[in-house]
Ligand binder design. Structure first.
Ligand code: PHE
Length: 462
């Protein structure tokens, strides 16, 4: 049989997987949650979850991928025929995410052009972002981002994905560290004479705030941290299964898992150092909105308050955000492509071409969800959303916890954890946290995933 194409080695794999993990979630959701959920308190809880849940899910996905050598649908089928449905459910997550991820990438592209070609003053206007997304011509930015993603996937795992990730990820790390240091040097004198410095902002970020901490608030923070973690690590959506299937048998998966966790969590943490002090110095923490609001409305104001340096920082920030979104978007399209190639016994080139056409249309439709196809829907978790939020809700709040629940039952109780341990110990490596893994996958995951699922579908209200 022809050797399946794949990553050239450990580094290529780790950069590609970390590229998938580090995305807009690290930049616009992690810092927001940290500021909202008690600073250092959130950080501690998140860290504990990374080392337990994150480790378990990432290990499971990657080991399933490498052991079966298949993408989600056939990976689950090859374990147990009856469980193919879980593969199909898993496949649906990237299928849905892909409809909107390039739209977000397009927004970032637009802001890169704003900072490149103007002083960034227009971005300060409160309506800049809303009027941009509600204009049908915004579609073009999403379409360009989608084409770029497709082009990379078209070139294959090693020549496309690995090459781009190895180039982008180190630059992204340097940029994040650079802006984070710059943020700490900021200083601003308010109208009443008080001086706020970046270091004060850092203290707000790092100091655990236990005030008003009740059991229910603690649970809420934990649930916030947990859903952020799953999204951030790109687990339970088949992406890490696909990437795992490209890893050579001589790569030490234990080390790879730790390195991916460190990069993803490190960038999320640094995004906080980059954003929280800057927002704190110039607008106080009321400026910390979530999601697009933080990136496209609050931060441009902060950049503008910095004067000339702000324009430069604006360019660097949006380029780095674009890099983060691109490597994530690639992984989503790759996972769909890989499943389709197996499903239809098709070649990569033709599969990517067909998928590109489908997703160019999908990207346009979702982008037009703020203008021509405007809808407003109340989601089961209580929030109001447009087309993009609906896709995001179904994939991340509904399917992901459900898939994690089923996959922990399949691995913990039907295949048994040993099935995973064998893959982790291939080549005589040591599966370091084996006991922890067994307890997590058999007992803790099924219980906690059920709670998370009930909470996000609105059946449970903690
Ligand atoms: N992990 C990415 C982030 O933190 C998001 C992502 C989700 C990437 C789904 C790929 C697939 O933003």
């Amino acid at each position: 049989m022809k050797q399946k194409s794949g990553f050239s080695g450990q580094i290529g794999f780790v950069f590609a997987a970390a590229g998938s993990a580090v995305g807009v979630g690290n930049l616009w959701r992690f810092p927001y949650l940290a500021a909202k959920d008690g600073g250092g308190l959130f950080l501690i809880i998140y860290l504990v979850l990374v080392l337990t849940f994150g480790f378990t899910l990432l290990t499971t996905d990657i080991a399933i991928g490498r052991k079966t050598g298949k993408s989600a649908i056939y990976a689950y089928e090859s374990m147990r025929k009856k469980w193919k449905f879980l593969g199909i459910l898993t496949f649906l997550v990237p299928v849905l995410i892909m409809t909107y991820y390039a739209v977000i990438g397009g927004w970032i592209l637009k802001y890169i052009t704003i900072y490149l070609f103007s002083s960034g003053k227009q971005a300060v206007d409160d309506n800049c972002f809303t009027s941009f997304i509600s204009s049908p011509s915004s579609v073009w930015f999403g379409v360009i981002f989608m084409l770029l993603t497709a082009l990379i996937v078209y070139n294959g795992v090693e020549k496309g994905i690995e090459r781009v990730s190895k180039f982008i990820m180190p630059i992204l790390l340097v940029m994040v560290i650079g802006i984070a240091i710059f943020s700490l040097t900021l200083k601003n004198t308010l109208d009443d004479g008080t001086v706020r410095t970046g270091i004060d902002g850092l203290k707000v970020y790092l100091t655990p705030d236990f005030s008003g901490l009740t059991v229910s608030r603690f649970l809420q923070i934990t649930l916030d941290a947990m859903s952020q973690l799953f999204f951030s690590l790109s687990v339970s959506m088949g992406i890490m299964i696909t990437y795992g299937s490209y890893v050579k048998k001589d790569v030490d998966l234990n080390k790879a898992v730790s390195q991916i966790e460190i990069m993803d969590t490190g960038v999320a943490f640094l995004a906080g150092v980059m954003i929280i002090p800057a927002v704190y110095v110039f607008s106080g923490l009321d400026g910390m909105s979530a999601g697009p609001g933080l990136m496209f409305v609050s931060l441009p104001k902060v950049f503008f308050s910095m004067g000339f340096a702000g324009r430069l920082i604006g360019i660097v920030f949006f380029v780095l955000a674009g890099f983060a979104a691109l490597t994530s978007c690639i992984s989503v399209l790759e996972s769909i492509t890989a499943n389709c190639m197996e499903l239809f016994h098709a070649k990569r080139k033709i599969t990517t071409k067909v998928l590109s056409v489908i997703y160019l249309i999908a990207t346009a439709v979702i982008a037009l969800g703020y203008s021509i196809f405007y809808v407003e829907v109340k989601l089961p978790n209580g929030s109001i959303g447009q087309l993009l939020d609906i896709m995001d809700y179904i994939s991340n709040s509904f399917l992901m916890p459900f898939i994690s629940l089923l996959s922990s039952i399949l691995i913990g109780w039907i295949m048994k954890p040993k099935w995973i341990a064998e893959e982790m110990e291939l080549n005589g490596g040591k599966f370091g946290r084996k006991k922890l893994y067994n307890i997590m996958i058999c007992y803790i995951m099924p219980v906690i995933m059920t709670i998370l699922f009930l909470q996000s579908t609105g059946f449970l209200n903690l």
